[in-house]
Design a protein around this ligand. Sequence first.
Ligand code: 0RQ
Length: 504
Amino acid sequence: MDDRIQHAGMRQRLMPADQAAAVIRHGDTVCMSGFTGAGYPKCVPQALAARIQQAHARGDPFRVRLLTGASTAPELDGALAKVEGMELRLPYQSDPTVRDRINAGQIDYLDIHLSHVAQHTWFGFFGDIDVAVVEIAAILPDGRLLPTSSIGNNRTWLERAGKVILEVNRWQPLALDGMHDVYYGTALPPDRKPIPLVRVEDRIGERYLLVDPDKVVAVVETDAHDRNSPFSPPDDCSQRIAGHLLEFIEHEVARRRLTPRLLPLQSGVGNIANAVLAGIAASGYQNLEAWTEVIQDNMLRLLRDGVLRFASATALSLSGTGTAEFFEHIDFYRRCIVLRPQEISNHPELIRRLGCIAMNGMLETDIYGNVNSTHVAGSRIMNGIGGSGDFARNAFLSIFMAPSTAKQGGVSTIVPMASHVDHTEHDTMIVVTEQGLADLRGLSPRQRARDIIAKCAHPSYRSMLEDYFDRACRNSFGKHTPHLLREALSWHARFVETGSMRIA
Ligand code: 0RQ
């Protein structure tokens, strides 16, 4: 693999993963690359997990504080959580073992906006960064680093960490070269300047990541693929949600609030997002743009078909089939995709300037539009807020989508009061379920409640919600946002106690 490690000094620090992992000590704050299962280190975390297990077997404590870009994969999050090696985790995660341990109170989890992670690190809010473990595709002769299928927070990790471990992954194609734009112009307040980006395709930074070679204590070779989760075709419920949303977008175009080129699309991950993108493709739109976090299989298809003209993100999150397509036509995709640090892909200034159409999933919304994306029954974390808050607060159109029920109908996703709020009523413009779409723009709280209940609630919960709202309008302490405080969270209490929100 000498062709991939061309810097003489760093080549001398080539070593096996277990030797590299020995740099990491109990109590360290460790920052790793990785964003939605792309570009995470695949070897050192597993070697670290083995060391942690050995330490625990000897009766020695060994836990680290782990920061990443976003979710990773079983080889990283799963491996470290299984050996009880995490004291603290941030930001977004979706690993079942990590989730269980957080919800058992064994891992401290900080659920913060993805755009905030880099600046909070620079502000020193997470303390000193002891070690960074970053996957890269190659090391150039002058020591610059070719990034991989994700950039995430790598720029910040490489600059802030005291020691750096590089995983050079041969699986990541060298033809990625030219697809990245790493912005180095961010400064701390009060010295910040505007970020000079006005179009989704603008390049404002460097093609490579920079690192001080003296900090690189270990270089490890790997040849392992990204998570490559399978891509599931949209189900009926997702297609109905997409149908309502597409009808709404057509209406907005007809009203001239949008042009037929729309505005840069941000799409969350998952089945509903897939259905929406497939619907956009089928509706005849052309030359659209995406300003988003993650590019999934469906966006590749849209780029190939000319539905999308350009897509900017911080990571690719592809299935095995999507990866094969991407590798085969990488020269094409390099002309219409750019990957950036997540502090730029999710930057409020840029999302506001570009005027994105933000489409994200939710667990529940209350009748006033306060959205919960993260906590089941107010206390159990699902994944985390991810980038949904970065986009929802600043988008031109902020859309939240979910089926109207969950858990085989035992849960209504439209509830009297949200059990946890990630996106306030002030940020939520559109709510859509398979039942219909509520456009909340310009409506007062009571008008919003009537619309959400009538258009989005499942018929089996609609009369319960109407009954709650009518009584709240009569008996609430204040009539601006009517609530019955003793009853507002009783639906969630019933779900926790009986497994269903329905009244027996
Ligand atoms: O659980 O799998 O055990 O059945 O939650 O729900 O319907 O499959 O929806 O996969 O789109 O996830 C909000 C979690 C939705 C996601 C959330 C249960 C349901 C199921 C998943 P089971 P679905 P999705 C871009 C932007 C925050 C981050 C974000 C998310 C499971 O969209 O993490 O938007 N969003 N990032 O049964 C109890 C409810 C429920 C419920 C659903 N009200 N109560 N359980 N479920 N609603 C990406 C990044 O930022 C990186």
